[in-house]
Design a protein around this ligand. Structure first.
Ligand SMILES: [Fe+2]
Length: 266
């Protein structure tokens, strides 16, 4: 069994400070094998926001795998946005924008979908696809292959279309690269689902763990437990005005013949 804590869109610079300590406390109580943050570590990519994000990440149960989101590139400083969009991210988080994390039975590959040439939508670059293919092809048989990208190539929970260039081609590329699971954020709405157009790939999204930039009024994160042929997504929610997180719905997925099926909701 592998336990992954999935957080996203923590947006330092627009954090609900009341939730920081309860979230860190919950993270340690859940005892994950690793923590994943699927982008938007900051609100405006300012150095002090990255410093606060770094300090928070250093307190999470590790190892921690992060990728950049669209908010992690400067928005108003156009020279920096175009010349070195990820310089501040790298200074805080290290040089690698697309880290790999290997656990017993699973491999996670980060993908940088943030695109400085547009306002906020994402892109899957050919170099990222090649890296996914290399990482997933070199994993031993039976390994769960997990891609982590900020922008999800599937519609949001409310039906808003995927905020990515050519999402259908992205889904196909992820499937062909061998991804079993794709973890994303960006919409600030939790959502799990099986895209019918990408047989075999399970797309899991969380909203924002601790930011005040809410779409649903509720902060959330997820604990994903991976078994041999079964996966459980436990949602943890902080409803409006709550000062902490409580257990939300749990969804179970089973896998047969390389395809996921929803088993139960509770
Ligand atoms: Fe965000």
């Amino acid at each position: 069994m592998i336990r992954l804590l999935h957080l996203s869109d923590i947006h330092f610079g627009a954090v609900d400070e009341r939730l920081v300590e309860p979230m860190l406390d919950l993270a340690h109580r859940l005892r994950p094998d690793a923590t994943v943050i699927s982008g938007d570590l900051t609100q405006r990519a300012r150095p002090e926001q990255f410093a606060a994000a770094r300090a928070f990440i250093d307190r999470l149960p590790g190892p921690v795998l992060c990728v950049p989101g669209n908010h992690d590139m400067p928005l108003y400083n156009l020279v920096l946005r175009l010349a070195a969009p990820f310089a501040r991210y790298r200074r805080a988080m290290g040089p690698e924008l697309e880290p790999t994390l290997t656990l017993p039975g699973a491999v996670l590959q980060g993908v940088n979908t943030a695109n400085p040439l547009v306002w906020k939508s994402g892109v899957l670059r050919p170099s990222s696809t090649e890296r996914l293919e290399r990482t997933f092809a070199s994993a031993p048989p039976g390994t769960m292959r997990i891609a982590v990208l900020h922008h999800a190539p599937v519609p949001a929970a409310d039906g808003t279309p995927a905020d990515m260039a050519d999402p259908s081609a992205v889904r196909t590329a992820l499937m062909q690269a061998g991804a079993d699971i794709v973890l994303s954020g960006h919409t600030h709405m939790p959502h799990t689902g099986i895209a019918e157009t990408s047989a075999g790939v399970l797309f899991l999204q969380v909203g924002t763990a601790i930011s005040s930039r809410l779409k649903t009024g509720t902060n959330d994160l997820a604990l994903i437990t991976l078994g041999d042929s079964e996966l459980t997504v436990e949602s943890w929610l902080s409803p409006p005005k709550a000062a902490g997180f409580e257990a939300g719905p749990t969804t179970r997925y089973g896998r047969t013949l390389a395809a996921w099926q929803k088993l139960t909701d509770s």
